[in-house]
Design a protein. Structure first.
Ligand code: GLA
Length: 409
């Protein structure tokens, strides 16, 4: 009898171990959407989220490929109820979260929410620790499609196990959810994240600037830093091999349309596309001007990000303040971006024939002396008169990017 109980217990344990997994076949290309944090922080409400959902569609973001509307920190009351359930803040969300999720779904969009693996979120709201299965059922009852899971107030928790517990909880709740690991790269999530989530933050928070470090102790007892677009992207250099369909490196959400000039916004967006990064907008869609709209809906750039191969691009060369980024694409094409990192205009001259680019990771080669490539300007949406048979020459403004696609002739 004893033996059969042990056998049954072992079988149950094994079957749970086999069954528990992340939801497959989600985020096969980097997720695209909008998140409340970068503009609204914890100051969010049903009205704001519904407004954003309306504008999302009015601006044509859905047609450009954006799908998710994600509510970040600040949606709950400061305490769980007597049964231990999270409670949406009744002032901010008078009709609860499901009503907002339903509204977002009625627009043909997907809906996401936020919590944290620790005892409290970074904003001081109840975290998920010890309530993972209960919370997962609640989220499923809201109808969420995406969960961003943060890393504040986690004490000595072991990150891979903490995130695995939430993954298993989501899986057992049964509603397919993209699981976004927001652990800031502290415990190298790229090494263990692919089995657990669909994307993982690679660094601390982004800050709205092109090239700066912002040091603060806001909200936390110790000092912490946030970084601009350029430093955040170059902070993690050797992790591209960990990214691919269903599991992405996430250099944080976009700061486009908020504080930088047009050239910096262009570089920011194109560099995220070259990096196969999740494209999660963070701007106030109510004040989205035409220039920003044109940029974030640039289909040719988005196609670079969303390329089916899912190969993360990399910095091929940095010379004379010009940083060259390359990304292998389908059909043996390549995206190539030349970023002027200096404060003055630069003249770029580049001869593809004299620079064979070989990507060790994907084993792909851009060899213009063997093949001729047509060169397309992804901002002007036109092919250059020259192919790779001649060197290219152009001026690039400070912090701007010259963004090209090369296709075999
Ligand atoms: C952390 C995350 C941010 C945001 C805030 C919310 O700082 O990295 O993206 O979610 O918490 O408090």
């Amino acid at each position: 009898m004893k033996k059969s109980i042990i056998a049954l217990a072992t079988a149950l344990t094994l079957s749970t171990a086999v069954d528990a997994q992340k939801f497959d076949n989600l985020a096969m290309t980097p997720p695209m959407g909008w998140n409340s944090w970068n503009t609204f922080a914890c100051d969010i409400s049903e009205k704001t989220v519904k407004d954003m959902a309306d504008l999302f569609v009015e601006l044509g973001l859905d047609k450009a490929g954006y799908e998710y509307i994600v509510i970040d920190d600040g949606w709950m009351k400061k305490e769980r109820d007597k049964q231990g359930n999270l409670v949406p803040d009744p002032e901010k969300f008078p009709n609860g979260i499901k009503a907002v999720a339903d509204y977002v779904h009625s627009k043909g969009l997907k809906f996401g929410i936020y919590n944290c693996a620790g005892t409290q979120t970074c904003g001081g709201y109840p975290g998920g620790r010890g309530h993972e299965y209960q919370d997962a059922l609640l989220y499923a009852s809201f109808g969420i499609d995406y969960l961003k899971y943060d890393w504040c107030n986690t004490g000595k928790l072991y990150a891979p196990e903490a995130y695995k517990t939430m993954r298993d909880a989501l899986y057992s709740a049964g509603r397919p959810v993209v699981f976004s690991i927001c652990e800031w790269g502290d415990n190298k999530p790229w090494e263990w994240g692919a089995e657990i989530g669909h994307l993982w933050r690679t660094t601390g928070d982004i800050y709205c600037c092109y090239d700066c470090e912002y040091v603060t102790n806001k909200g936390l007892p110790t000092q912490w830093s946030a970084w601009g677009v350029w430093p955040i992207l170059r902070m993690r250099k050797d992790i591209r091999k960990y990214a691919g369909p269903g599991h992405w490196n996430d250099p944080d959400m976009l700061e486009i349309g908020k504080c930088m000039n047009a050239a910096e916004d262009r570089s920011h967006f194109a560099l995220w596309c070259l990096s196969a990064a999740p494209l999660i907008l963070g701007n106030d869609l109510r004040t989205c001007n035409n220039e920003t709209k044109k940029l974030i809906t640039n289909k040719e750039l988005i196609a670079v990000d969303q390329d089916k191969l899912g190969i993360q691009g990399y910095e091929y060369q940095f010379k004379d303040s010009i940083s060259i980024w390359v990304k292998p694409l389908e059909d043996e094409a390549w995206a190539v971006g030349f970023v002027n990192t200096s404060k003055v205009e630069k003249t770029l001259e580049f001869d593809f024939k004299a620079n064979t680019i070989f990507d060790e990771f994907s084993r792909r080669e851009l060899n213009a002396s063997k093949h001729e490539y047509i060169i397309r300007d992804l901002f002007k949406h036109e092919d250059l008169k020259n192919t790779t048979s001649k060197p290219i020459k152009t001026k690039i403004g400070s912090h701007d990017i010259y963004m090209l696609k090369l296709s075999k002739k």
